[in-house]
Ligand binder design. Structure first.
Ligand code: PEP
Ligand code: MN
Length: 337
């Protein structure tokens, strides 16, 4: 870490900062220039995390050298992580597509939807069983019954399944039924939950929080990795901005930025980002063009009557068309499809 002191920093101020650093066991390198003094803290930067360095008197700025995230960083692992989910290789050259309804509603509609998304080329089936609804009066999902229906849909189609886990107490039952555990945007910084899914060995799809920076996003992934589970897929799903034309603002720059920072696969969910079905296809194509490893798309056989997120859900026929268009972009950017 490099600590730049203010122009008028006195010897007393310098000594105070130096003592603080030395107190953690780190070594100090002092560089006294004509204008200002710069202090280098040498050693494991994590030891400094308990000191509010910016708040110390006389400190102008602080520059960390090592990234706060380590296990998920490119520095830690140069080659991209490939996660094998029942033979579906995530993070490899093939673009993978997760599709399905926002929530599991009943057996017939789920299996019908699963079959149709599979025939259009989707590789993984999604469906919420426990729904993080803004209103407590809205449909909350079928719970464990929903997970069982997903397992039946998997049996019928062979598609691996993903569903959102909201409560650490449900981890065991999720491990029994699902192939990928989803952590939703609202729980991106639920650190107890992250720690819990870090202890399991199922792949985890972590969605970016509604107002999370990419650094915070990666730190949440680090929570999971720190427990030993590095099978993590990151998913950009739009962030909250001042723009109201779309449900959220899809931050497509997150994809190339994250590609520079981490070895983890990156997915994009244009459905929750835009909130309107007619905007899903153009953003799905854009996501593939900027380097996403995969997409998550909401599909519902009857969006008008969907119990959740109908406005952004594609009818199966529209999803089939989207897949054809996405394929062209995928092939153009060197992906297999
Ligand atoms: C979802 O995928 O069903 C969902 C609720 O997404 P998000 O957490 O991104 O809002
Ligand atoms: Mn949804």
């Amino acid at each position: 870490m490099i600590i730049v002191l203010k122009k008028d920093a006195t010897q007393e101020v310098i000594d105070h900062v130096v003592d603080k650093i030395k107190g953690t066991g780190l070594a100090v390198h002092i560089s006294k220039g004509k204008e200002r003094t710069i202090i280098g803290a040498i050693g494991d930067e994590a030891l400094l995390s308990a000191i509010p360095m910016e708040a110390l008197p006389g400190v102008e700025s602080v520059m960390p050298i090592l990234k706060p995230y380590k296990l998920v960083s490119k520095e830690f692992r140069k080659e991209g992580t490939i996660i094998d989910v029942e033979g579906v290789k995530i993070g490899d050259t093939t673009l993978q597509v997760i599709a399905g309804p926002c929530s599991v509603e009943n057996k017939d509609s789920l299996i019908g939807c699963a079959m149709s998304v599979k025939s259009s080329g989707a590789n993984i089936l999604r469906g919420g069983a426990f729904k993080p609804r803004t209103s407590p009066y809205d449909f909350q999902g079928l719970g464990v019954e929903g997970l069982k229906l997903l397992a039946e849909a998997k049996k019928a189609t062979g598609l691996p399944i993903i569903s959102e886990l909201m409560d650490p107490r449900d981890t065991e039952v999720f491990c029994e039924y699902v192939d990928i555990v989803q952590i939703g945007a609202r729980n991106m910084q639920n650190f107890r939950l992250l720690t819990e899914v870090g202890k399991i060995r199922k792949p985890v799809l972590l969605k970016r929080g509604l107002a999370a920076t990419l650094k915070e996003f990666l730190m949440s992934a680090e929570y999971i990795a720190a427990q030993g589970n590095s099978n993590i897929i990151l998913c950009e799903r739009g962030i909250r901005t001042y723009e109201t034309a779309t449900r959220n603002t899809l931050d497509l720059s997150a994809v190339p930025v994250l590609k520079e920072e981490t070895h983890l696969p990156i997915f994009v969910d244009p459905s929750h980002a835009v909130g309107r079905w007619n905007l899903v296809a153009p953003l799905a194509k854009a996501a593939v063009a900027v380097g996403a490893d995969g997409l998550m798309i909401e599909v519902h056989p009857d969006p008008e009557n969907a119990l959740c997120d109908g406005a952004q859900s594609l009818k199966p026929s529209k999803f089939a068309r989207l897949m054809e268009e996405v394929k062209k972009v995928a092939l153009a950017v060197g992906r297999e499809f």
